[in-house]
Structures are given as structure tokens and as C-alpha cells.
Design a protein around this ligand. Structure first.
Ligand code: NAD
Ligand code: TYD
Length: 354
């Protein structure tokens, strides 16, 4: 048996592939376009491992996907491939529509054709697992209950709108064609291999480089943080036992305002890699202009996945964030590698600083 993973050179996808191969011997075919966010260094430890086949390509390339499915005959597809950064979606939404909407559509079509031709028992066992986000549900007021799977879709950014569209396509391919799909909607992830355009790795990398720590608006926007390995274990569990056609919200019960996250990162760095002048890294915090349309609060109600599938996160925020900061301190080579010209151009565009 084999699984087919898309976007497996990105942050969550690479963590998933590494964890998958650490938990068993089932091979993985990993299709990734290697955009700025995809990095083969993330997969260095499985280079040469016969259980891992990497293919550079686009989920929107129907001929390529159909050929790979026919050749490797996977029992499941796990779709991580996406454009994933809200700020980039504000500057340039086109790529988000292309990959997240059109790409998912093409992947679904290729999956449907492949699945329809499978022998009965393989057809029955096949799964298409779509990895999505809590951002499709929109924003919450401070006292609103957390998002359940029944919450309305109210996406507010080009990113979340494109992910919402992809979720709807996945749902429709199940209802119309019977494709055996599963969807997970997860809260904000953090951990190793996180590209330093997102809040937590950006703060770690900027702090160590002596740069400012740009907090948008008042810094009181709330996100619900989950350690990436816990997201990976949730996906493995949903793939194993999720009910076909169902959606599972995945979260860490860790709601925190951004400014608290930034101060926690600073405190850990003060402890683990103190500044040479003896001052705290909090001195580098700078409040900058807010993101347009910035969602105020996300929070996931993860009771369904716990009740039905027995999944709970293994890490608390305290244990996960310490591991994460330590990982960045231990892997300066990885950080240097991803800080290419394209990365520097992005910082210039978004923050007018380098
Ligand atoms: P990422 O940006 O780090 O990685 C995305 C990967 O997809 C990259 O390796 C990229 O090269 C690849 N890719 C992009 N376009 C492609 C295409 N057309 N064809 C093939 N590959 C392509 O993203 P991530 O943070 O790892 O997120 C993975 C998935 O999880 C996304 O679908 C995202 O919406 C979802 N998600 C992310 C978070 C989070 O906090 N990061 C939370 C919930 C859900
Ligand atoms: P991000 O990591 O981009 O994830 P998302 O927007 O998908 O939740 O941002 C997390 C939060 O941190 C979000 O409220 C925006 C905020 N943020 C900053 O305050 N400064 C920054 O430089 C970045 C990248 C994000």
C-alpha cells in the first residue's frame, strides 16, 4: 500500500511525511511544486529512503497526477498543497485561486477518475483527505463559542476564501460523485520547519538577527495554536478512522493573543540565547500597521475528533513553544537556507525593512 501526499515539502506536509515514515513502513509519493514555501531540505533525513518518492510538480497538472496515480496506485491522497500565507494573499490573490481552487479541482477530478476505476475492495477503502483551516469560518467576537464543524463558512481573506472554495469542492465531489473524502479544519500550527514569514518563526529569526519584531495593530488578535506534530497525528487518525464525508476540526485549546506569543518567544530566547547587551528581546517589539481585514479571533472546538476518534494533542503550548524555539536555535543552517533572495524581497515588500 502507498499514500499520495501533495505539498509534502512545505511546513506541515514535510512534518507529516517525516512522521508518517517514522510510524510505519507504508511508502509515500510526495508531489510538490516547490514554490518559495517548499523546500527539499525539509526532507533531507529521508533522502535516499526507498519508502519516499519525491516528484516536483503541480496538483493542477492533471496529466502528471493521473500518471502518478496510475503508476503508484495509492490507497489514499492527503492534500496539503496550497498557497498558505494570508499577507501574500492580500498582495497577490491570483496564485491562491490557481492552486487552492483550480488545483484542488484538478486533483479531485484526477482522484475521481482513478477511484472510479478501482476494484471494489480498493474503491471502498480509498480516501481523499483534504487539509484545511479554521480560517474558513471567519472571525469570532471575544465571548463567542469556539468554531464547531457546523459553523457557517464566512471567510474574510483571499486565502481563507480560496480554502473555503476548496472545501466546498471536496464536499461536492463526495455528495455528487461519492468520492470518499475527509476534511480537517485545523487552527494555527507552529513547530519545526515553519517558514519564517509566519508569526512565530518570523519573531524567532528577527529577534536573533537583532531586527524589529513587527506586531500588527494592537497585538490583541487571538489565534488557537497547535504544535505541528499534533496536527500530523490528528491527520493520521482521521485517515485511519474518520467517517467518510465528515469534517473534523483540529485544535489545541490554546487561544492566545499575538502579543503574548511574541513575549513568550522573547522570554524563551532571553533564557536560552540571551542578548549580548543583557537586555530583553522584548525591546525589539514594534507595533506596525494592521493587516487589512484582519480577523480578530479564531478558536477551535475540537470535541468531535476527541469524542469520535479519541484524538487529543500531546503537547501543551509551553512544551511545544520551548521545543520550537530550541529547534530554531539548533538549526541555523536551515534558517540560512530558506532566507533566499525571494525571502528578502518579501520582507522588503511587507515590512519595508530587511
Ligand atoms: P506551506 O506554505 O508551508 O506549504 C505548502 C506546500 O505546498 C509547499 O511545499 C509548496 O511548494 C506546495 N505547493 C504550493 N502550490 C502547489 C501546487 N500548485 N502543486 C503542488 N504543490 C504546491 O503551507 P503549510 O503551512 O504547510 O500548510 C499546508 C496545508 O495546511 C495548507 O493546505 C494550509 O491551508 C493548511 N493549514 C495550515 C495551517 C498553518 O497554520 N500553517 C493551519 C491549518 C491548515
Ligand atoms: P500568521 O502566522 O500569518 O497566521 P494567520 O494569519 O494565518 O493566522 O499570523 C498569525 C497572527 O500574527 C495573525 O493575527 C497576524 C499576526 N502577525 C503579526 O502581528 N506580525 C507579523 O509579522 C505576522 C507575520 C503576523
Amino acid at each position: 500500500m502507498t499514500i499520495f501526499v501533495t505539498g509534502g515539502a512545505g511546513f506541515i506536509g514535510a512534518n507529516f511525511v517525516l512522521d508518517w515514515l517514522a510510524h510505519g513502513d507504508e511508502p509515500v509519493v510526495n508531489l510538490d511544486k516547490l514554490t518559495y514555501a517548499g523546500n527539499l531540505h525539509n526532507l533531507q533525513s529521508v533522502q535516499g529512503d526507498a519508502r519516499h518518492l519525491f516528484v516536483q510538480g503541480d496538483i493542477g497538472d492533471a496529466a502528471l497526477v493521473e500518471r502518478l496515480l496510475a503508476e503508484h496506485r495509492p490507497r489514499a491522497i492527503v492534500n496539503f498543497a496550497a498557497e498558505s500565507h494570508v499577507d501574500r494573499s492580500i498582495h497577490g490573490p491570483e496564485d491562491f485561486i490557481q492552486t487552492n481552487v483550480v488545483g484542488t479541482f484538478r486533483l479531485l477530478e484526477a482522484a475521481r477518475h482513478y477511484w472510479q476505476a478501482l476494484p471494489a475492495t480498493d474503491k471502498e477503502a480509498f480516501r481523499f483527505l483534504h487539509v484545511s483551516t479554521d480560517e474558513v469560518y471567519g472571525t469570532l467576537a471575544p465571548s463567542d463559542p469556539a468554531f464547531t464543524e457546523a459553523h457557517n463558512y464566512e471567510p474574510n481573506s483571499p486565502y481563507s476564501a480560496s480554502k473555503a472554495a476548496s472545501d466546498h469542492l471536496v464536499r461536492a465531489w463526495h455528495h455528487t460523485y461519492g468520492l470518499p473524502v475527509l476534511t480537517t479544519n485545523c487552527s494555527n500550527n507552529y513547530g519545526p520547519l515553519h517558514f519564517p514569514e509566519k508569526l512565530i518563526p518570523l519573531m524567532i529569526v528577527n529577534a536573533l538577527a537583532g531586527k524589529s519584531l513587527p506586531v500588527y495593530g494592537d497585538g490583541m488578535q487571538v489565534r488557537d495554536w497547535l504544535y505541528v506534530k499534533d496536527h500530523c497525528s490528528a491527520i493520521r487518525r482521521v485517515l485511519q478512522a474518520g467517517r467518510v464525508g465528515q469534517t473534523y476540526n483540529v485544535g489545541g485549546w490554546n487561544e492566545k493573543p499575538n502579543i503574548d506569543i511574541v513575549k513568550t518567544v522573547c522570554a524563551l530566547l532571553d533564557e536560552l540565547r540571551p542578548r549580548s547587551d543583557g537586555h530583553s528581546y522584548t525591546q525589539q517589539i514594534t507595533y506596525v500597521q494592521d493587516r487589512p481585514g484582519h480577523d480578530r479571533r479564531y478558536a477551535i472546538d475540537a470535541r468531535k475528533i476527541e469524542r469520535e476518534l479519541g484524538w487529543t494533542p500531546a503537547e501543551t503550548f509551553d512544551t511545544g513553544i520551548r521545543k520550537t524555539v530550541q529547534w530554531y536555535l539548533d538549526n541555523p543552517g536551515w534558517v540560512a537556507n530558506v532566507q533566499s533572495g525571494a525571502y528578502r524581497d518579501w520582507l522588503q515588500k511587507q515590512y519595508e525593512q530587511v
